[in-house]
Design a binder for this molecule. Structure first.
Ligand SMILES: Nc1ncnc2c1ncn2[C@@H]1O[C@H](COP(=O)(O)OP(=O)(O)OP(=O)(O)O)[C@@H](O)[C@H]1O
Ligand SMILES: [Mg+2]
Length: 222
């Protein structure tokens, strides 16, 4: 079964003075165990597309189906909490929490006891290749690549099948970018996550199982 399906998805930003058709009819099926790269020039609709998959809003027209259910028919807050995990270009770690506490936070919110949540967090941080020595550091004391790996570990703690990443390597040098991309790739191929990555990096996108190129709110090529 697909993880998420888009059926003729359209999205319009309407402000008092302007109407922007950001997405003009996107259809695509995303399967588990695969990495998808979303490419396209600035303003082509990549972030808008990811936002609809993340349940930040529903399409103006068309349908986003998650495991067979339209996001228009469900509680979006619950969807965001239970179905998707996001990774951002600027990491978005909690600055006053250590690496391990950052990962623990959403796990505890889901109801796990602190001691258990801590063990699970350490397990996840090791899974993304972080050494024991960085676990008790605050984000400011970590490199960009390390911070992004903490963010990935935190996303994994959400226990979702869908991982959405908007320019996850955008703030990293090419070496760290490759490491992060490889981690996301392994999560798809070894653990069955459906990983969707918005990227400007054509070289990294070549490693994806499928590439979707947006142009002016439409799929130009896939
Ligand atoms: N909040 C908003 N209000 C009005 N228009 C918006 C808003 N966000 C995006 N847009 C417009 O929608 C279109 C698609 O924007 P989007 O952010 O999805 O592009 P993008 O492909 O992610 O670009 P970038 O590579 O620069 O991040 C653009 O024309 C943009 O100006
Ligand atoms: Mg964007």
């Amino acid at each position: 079964m697909s993880v998420i399906e888009l059926h003729d998805v359209k999205y319009v930003y309407q402000t008092q003075y302007q109407r922007t058709e950001a997405l003009r009819g996107i259809s695509y099926t995303f399967e588990p165990g695969r990495v998808y790269a979303i490419l396209g020039s600035s303003g082509s609709g990549k972030t808008t597309l990811l936002s609809l998959m993340a349940g930040l809003d529903v399409p103006t027209d068309g349908i986003v189906l998650c495991e067979g259910v339209s996001t228009a028919d469900i509680d979006l807050e619950q969807y965001r909490r239970e179905r998707v995990a996001m990774i951002y270009q600027d990491f978005r770690l909690f600055p006053l929490l250590t690496a391990v506490e950052n990962v623990m936070y959403p796990i505890e919110l889901r109801g796990m006891k602190p001691a258990e949540a801590k063990n699970r967090s350490i397990e996840l941080l090791k899974k993304v290749g972080l050494p024991e020595t960085v676990l008790d550091r605050f984000p400011a004391m970590l490199s960009g690549g390390e911070q992004q790996r903490v963010a990935i570990a935190r996303a994994l703690g959400m226990e979702t099948k869908l991982l959405l990443a908007d320019e996850p390597t955008g703030n990293l040098d090419s070496q760290n970018g490759e490491t992060v991309f490889k981690i996301l790739e392994d999560l798809a191929h070894e653990d069955g996550y459906c990983v969707v990555i918005v990227t400007h990096d054509e070289d990294l996108a070549k490693h994806a199982d499928e590439s979707i190129r947006l142009h002016d709110g439409e799929i130009a090529e896939s």
